[in-house]
Design a binder for this molecule. Structure first.
Ligand SMILES: Cc1cc2nc3c(=O)[nH]c(=O)nc-3n(C[C@H](O)[C@H](O)[C@H](O)COP(=O)(O)O)c2cc1C
Length: 171
């Protein structure tokens, strides 16, 4: 792909399909990474979002330092996307909670809270509680697209600062 606009289109197209994404937060000075499911994309606003438990460690880290990085590798497109941005956390989303089927609420319903030490592997239970449900929205600063397609390796960096105009980089 030799057209920067088409590369950015592909990046947003891949994001819009959802799927798994690695989210990295900063804990003190150290990075922490975990997998989440990408739930929302809004190209006009330059935002992506995922759902989580408001009591989770990642939420505490975002509250302390909103800078995050997201990492995605997509087959068969052979594209890596590296995103950076600032995250915000929303709770009290009763209407959104109601749209989640009961059998899909388990990830946000663990008792005791996620990350709490427990005496045995099964010493926790499911207690659905909408007040623990949170949406994390990341307002993107940069999108880096790296393609390993057979047609030729490319790397392009898009930044909100230049209205997502894009810049080719040596891969
Ligand atoms: C395939 C997969 C999908 C996951 N999806 C989510 C998700 O959408 N939201 C979430 O909070 N945790 C999700 N998790 C769990 C997180 O990776 C992580 O273990 C958990 O949220 C605790 O992270 P923390 O201690 O950094 O807060 C998923 C894990 C896997 C393996």
């Amino acid at each position: 792909m030799s057209d920067l606009a088409a590369v950015l289109d592909e990046a947003w197209g891949l994001l819009a399909r959802g799927g798994l994404v690695t989210v990295c937060t900063v804990s003190g000075g150290a990075p922490r990474a975990r997998t989440v499911v990408l739930r929302e994309t809004d190209r006009a606003q330059g935002r992506v979002g995922f759902y989580t438990d408001a009591r989770s460690t990642k939420v505490r880290e975002i509250t302390e330092n909103p800078q995050v990085a997201l990492l995605i590798w997509r087959e068969p497109a052979q594209v890596q996307l590296r995103l950076t941005g600032r995250a915000t956390v929303e709770t009290g989303l009763t209407d959104l909670w109601q749209t989640i089927p009961e059998d899909r609420r388990e990830p946000y319903s663990h008792q005791p809270a996620p990350g709490t030490p427990i005496p045995a592997a099964d010493a926790w239970e499911e207690q659905p509680a909408p007040e623990h449900f949170a949406r994390v929205t990341v307002t993107l600063d940069t999108i880096e697209h790296v393609s390993l397609a057979n047609s030729g390796h490319t790397r392009a960096l898009f930044s909100s600062r230049d209205r997502w105009g894009g810049q080719w980089m040596s891969p």
